[in-house]
Design a protein around this ligand. Structure first.
Ligand code: GAR
Length: 191
């Protein structure tokens, strides 16, 4: 199963996927890693791992439609079976999702449909929930919407800050992303 991973930042979830592949624990091919802006650590660490990388800089396009078309073309060049949004903080168009037959996977640091958006951890804390978590789902063209594949709960503890809670969520999120990709890969090539 070929995947293209899209990132906007650190790419620690991506690193977990790279590590699992390199350890022989995850049978996927990371065909490429792409970003929506230059200078992401996610792209740097992929290049260091010998993975092809590309940037489709959101700010370099006249409008969202042009950027979406360029992103679609850049990802299509690698012919992925699944595209993974791993901390990719841009909404893609319905045309992008269609171009990959809906196989657009997203991870989110909250128990969707609660707390979608760019600040899922902060918003959960601000609401005062006692349990949050993470979600891996098939993404549609909405903000963190689409059919849920896997979720796991993480308790919010007294004294948590957004950073400490997000880090604890990410530990779970990385495992959930890798195991979800493993299940998809097994279903993709059943031998
Ligand atoms: C992850 O927690 C991911 O769920 C979140 O960004 C973080 C990226 O971390 N995505 C969203 O909030 C999407 N709405 P990483 O760059 O270290 O993998």
């Amino acid at each position: 199963m070929r995947i293209v991973v899209l990132v906007s930042g650190t790419g620690s979830n991506l690193q977990a996927v790279i590590d699992a592949v390199q350890a022989g624990e995850l049978d996927v091919e990371i065909a490429a890693v792409g970003a929506d802006r230059p200078g992401t650590f996610g792209v740097d660490r992929s290049a260091a791992a010998g993975i092809p990388t590309f940037v489709v800089d959101f700010k370099a396009y006249a409008d969202r439609a042009e950027w979406n078309a360029a992103l679609t073309e850049a990802v299509q060049a690698y012919q992925p079976d699944v595209v993974v949004s791993s901390g990719f903080m841009r909404i893609v168009s319905p045309e992008f999702i269609d171009a990959f037959d809906g196989k657009y996977l997203n991870t989110h640091p909250a128990l969707l449909p609660s707390f979608p958006g760019a600040h899922g951890v902060r918003d959960a804390m601000a609401y005062g929930v006692k349990v949050t978590g993470c979600t891996v789902h098939w993404a549609d063209a909405g903000v963190d919407t689409g059919p849920i594949i896997a979720q796991e709960a993480v308790a919010i503890e007294d004294g948590d800050t957004e950073e400490t809670l997000h880090e604890r969520i990410k530990v779970v999120e990385r495992r959930l992303l890798v195991s979800t990709l493993g299940s998809l890969a097994a279903a993709h090539s059943p031998n």
